[in-house]
Design a protein around this ligand. Structure first.
Ligand code: FES
Ligand SMILES: [Fe+2]
Length: 410
């Protein structure tokens, strides 16, 4: 007779029991798959908070526009004829057609016309023409009092954010606090030179988590060889800021260990050769600065198990052709579609997602404590502290309303 294995673990690890940890140190995995919670996240997090939209260089001249997606809602970022940046819902007030049909472009002569019934608007959102006006006897419908719906917009260090709330609870500056201070210098006078999107078959929070801890560097050949291999790397500190933002303090990367060449020439403002810093902006943005190049990753949640990842590479506007070529190469070594890191992160989280949907794995552990150093899970816990506050749901049990005082109970 063959061997029969017992379903009861003899190793002391009970998969189905609630972990004997503080409630901040494990996650209820239903948070990734629950449809109602996903819809709540779109309303309470993505639409009610400041959300990274694009870089100012994507709307460089009067009339330039960029259409973005915030939790299913299209928002048009338009640089007006007066050079002012404004944001509007990309919805025609007449009958809801899409006003700007390209993702990016230029409005000529300060007028854009809806393709459906030809209502026309300025870059400041004011309607100027309603064709065939004789049908409107109602005084309320004339061009003078029709306008696009404005969306709150603010920018800092070249990064444009929008907030779809009718009355944001904080200014962008208050929301970010000092989280962007360490990248203020390298972000100066940049332009986007690289953009691509990745369709990720996983919940958006799984990608955020990879950006909030420094010990999955083990996954990445590049990071474990050029970063984790250095003894000082493990002492690298995370600074946890209010509102769920984090900054990973500077470290030097040994690119030569993989024969990738030093990053000692044409370093960005405030960066020293081979220096690396990371800034996570709640809820979905990771800004990586690798001495010569900036990379901004942000997310569009589509379904609980489908996320669009937007990837931007940036360098100085003043680059010569030769400098830009070198910078693009350095960007692509780490972050290009065929680069080293991105496919590995996506591979990892897509396997997580596949297992979350099987509902056989109830809790994830975020229990490392290491003085906020590289192997600490404290940035993940800080993300979920803000997530709980906004969703009103407990991360340790999505069917328990969030109660701040109970977070440390076991
Ligand atoms: S929907 Fe735009 S003009 Fe009618
Ligand atoms: Fe990673």
């Amino acid at each position: 007779m063959g061997t029969v294995s017992s379903p009861v673990s003899t190793l002391g690890w009970d998969w189905d029991r609630v972990p004997g940890l503080p409630r901040t140190h494990y996650l209820d995995n239903r948070m990734y798959t629950d449809e109602a919670l996903f819809n709540d996240e779109k309303e309470k997090i993505f639409k009610a908070q400041w959300k990274f939209a694009c870089h100012e260089s994507e709307v460089p001249k009067p009339g330039s526009y960029r259409v973005i997606n915030v939790a299913d809602t299209e928002v048009a970022i338009i640089r007006g004829a007066d050079n002012t940046l404004r944001a509007f819902l990309n919805i025609c007030p007449h009958r809801g057609a899409k006003l700007l049909r390209d993702v990016q472009g230029t409005i000529k002569g300060d007028r854009t016309t809806c393709f459906y019934h030809h209502w026309t608007f300025t870059t400041a959102g004011q309607c100027t023409t309603i064709p065939l006006p004789q049908g409107y006897s109602n005084e309320a419908i004339n061009a003078d009092n029709v306008h696009l719906k404005a969306v709150n917009l603010a920018s800092l260090h070249g990064l444009i954010f929008v907030n779809l709330s009718s009355s944001p609870s904080q200014t962008l500056k208050d929301f970010l606090g000092s989280a962007m201070d360490q990248i203020q210098a390298p972000l100066s006078d940049l332009e986007v030179f690289h953009y691509h999107r990745v369709l990720v078959k996983a919940n958006w929070k799984l990608f955020v988590e990879t950006n909030c801890e420094g010990y999955h560097e083990l996954l990445h050949l590049l990071n474990r060889t050029t970063a984790l291999s250095q003894p000082a790397y493990l002492k690298r500190k995370w600074l946890l800021h209010p509102n769920g933002h984090h900054t990973f303090q500077p470290a030097n990367i040994a690119y030569n260990k993989l024969k990738l060449g030093d990053r000692g020439t044409d370093t960005l403002n405030g960066m020293t050769p081979n220096m690396h810093i990371v800034t996570d902006i709640f809820p979905d943005v990771m800004i990586n600065v690798r001495s010569t190049v900036v990379r901004i990753d942000s997310l569009i949640p589509v379904e609980p198990g489908l996320t669009i990842l937007e990837c931007r590479g940036l360098g100085p506007k003043s680059d010569t052709e030769t400098q830009r070529r070198a910078r693009v190469k350095q960007h692509n070594q780490v972050w290009g579609p065929m680069g080293r890191n991105l496919p590995e992160d996506i591979w990892a989280i897509e396997t997580q997602w596949a297992n979350m949907t099987a509902h056989e794995y109830p809790y994830s552990l975020v229990a490392r404590e290491d003085n906020d150093q590289a192997t600490d899970d404290s940035p993940v816990r800080s993300f979920y502290a803000k997530w709980q506050e906004l969703t009103g749901v407990s991360s340790f049990d999505i069917h328990t309303p969030f109660n701040n005082g109970a977070a440390h109970e076991q």
